[in-house]
Design a protein around this ligand. Structure first.
Ligand SMILES: Cc1ncc(COP(=O)(O)O)c(C=O)c1O
Length: 400
């Protein structure tokens, strides 16, 4: 007899997946240019230094790294990471703990799984990182969309959402630097206002900051964690965008008890991180000029972001609005109301260019909007010029 089963709702594929759509359809089109891939630029990865690090790591004391490692992650890398967070990002040390994780991506699931009960509310930007929304839903908590503007989440809208929830709020999820997908960076004054609301209503803040140091200007806005007097901020960072995404090394830094609880939950699902990759990152931090590496990544990304904007300005309609990023990997493009964005997307696909519909990132699950996310990091400069010329010309055809 054939085994009949029904997977729970959360495990079933439902509704459109606009990011996968660009990827899958684009893969079948020769010469396709994708601004949909959220991968870091290949030329920004310090390949030779990583090869050397692997070599040295596997040849120095191999037996040690071929065993299980510590539950919280490699001691030396934890030390190096905390040292940097404290000295460079000015975060507190007292009362904090650091857990290494499989990228900052693993933390997206661990945080709600540990600190939420089913039915709790999580306040998020109207458009935010898809996996963060999914992780909240998977655990039976409720993602609540909070409106914002070009400075990020609006504190008054946040207050209203919390009041509507009637005490069910648990945490505020934010990507304060170079937000994915909008590219918005929240200024310090807005961060302080949001922090005050969190304090008023007894909420955690989950500060997801994988792009934090990929900054195109000299001015990195202080993190929430750096002024976290109440110890309510859980900070997530990553080596994916500064060294290599394939190494899969990220971390959570926050209140000791919370991080230790998160580690226990992690332990019950996947145990320790691979030691080899952690030691490789640790070796790199000891042997390369990490600040110079970050500057190099930022320079490459800024050049590509500028090129994307300039090419559109030369060829596209002035009625299309952009949020110009000051760092990170994404540009947010908003079409005027009269444009049918589903048709515009198809038109771009017909011309072999992939852009991601903004609705892919909608916290409230809406399936249409006037926005698109464009990623400028992975395509080559030639592809950016060719692709953006096409997107620009098509925008002029659509907006007459
Ligand atoms: C906002 C945000 N958080 C977390 C991640 C996960 O990054 P990683 O797991 O590579 O560190 C990403 C990756 O794209 C992201 O955009």
């Amino acid at each position: 007899m054939k085994f009949e089963y029904t997977l729970p709702e959360k495990a079933q594929l439902k509704g459109p997946n606009f990011i996968r759509e660009v990827f899958e359809r684009g893969a079948k089109i020769p010469g396709f240019i994708s601004f949909g891939i959220g991968n870091p630029a290949s030329e920004a990865i310090p390949v030779e230094a990583i090869q050397k690090a692997f070599d040295e790591v596997v040849h120095t004391n191999p037996i040690e790294i071929l065993q299980y490692g510590p539950m919280m992650g490699d001691d030396r890398l934890r030390e190096q990471t905390v040292e940097r967070l404290v000295t460079v990002r000015h975060m507190p040390k007292e009362g904090q703990q650091l857990l290494l994780s499989i990228g900052a991506g693993q933390d997206l699931g661990l945080v709600p799984r540990t600190i939420c009960n089913p039915g709790d509310e999580v306040y998020m930007d109207t458009y935010t990182f898809t996996s963060a929304i999914g992780a909240v839903k998977n655990m039976g908590a409720i993602p609540v969309a909070v409106e914002g503007d070009e400075a990020g989440m609006d504190p008054d809208a946040l207050r209203r959402a919390i009041k509507r929830g009637g005490g069910k709020g648990r945490y505020i999820y934010l990507i304060p630097n170079f937000q994915n997908p909008t590219g918005v960076t929240m200024p310090l004054s807005r961060r302080k206002e949001i922090y005050a609301v969190a304090a008023e209503y007894g909420l955690f803040i989950y500060e997801d900051d994988p792009y934090g140091e990929i900054c195109f200007t000299d001015e990195i806005v202080p993190t929430f964690k750096s002024f976290d007097e109440d110890n309510r901020v859980i900070y997530a960072g990553s080596y994916s965008k500064t060294l290599s995404a394939g190494l899969r090394v990220g971390y959570l830094y926050g209140p000791q008890e919370v991080i230790e609880a998160i580690q226990r939950i992690k332990n019950s699902s996947d145990g320790q991180m691979p030691l080899v990759t952690q030691r490789v990152v640790s070796h790199l931090l000891d042997h390369i000029d990490y600040d110079a590496q970050i500057q190099q990544v930022s320079r490459i990304y800024k050049e590509k972001a500028d090129l994307m904007m300039q090419t559109f300005r030369t060829h596209g309609s002035s009625e299309v609005k952009f949020i110009e990023p000051t760092g990170g990997m994404f540009i947010w493009m908003t079409m005027p109301e009269q444009v049918d964005c589903d048709s515009f997307f198809e038109l771009c696909m017909d011309h072999k260019v992939g852009i991601v519909k903004g609705a892919a990132f909608a916290t409230d699950g809406r399936t249409t909007c006037q926005d698109f996310r464009l990623s400028f990091t992975f395509p080559s400069k030639e592809q950016i010029e060719t692709g953006m010329k096409i997107v620009g010309q098509l925008s002029k055809e659509c907006i007459k």
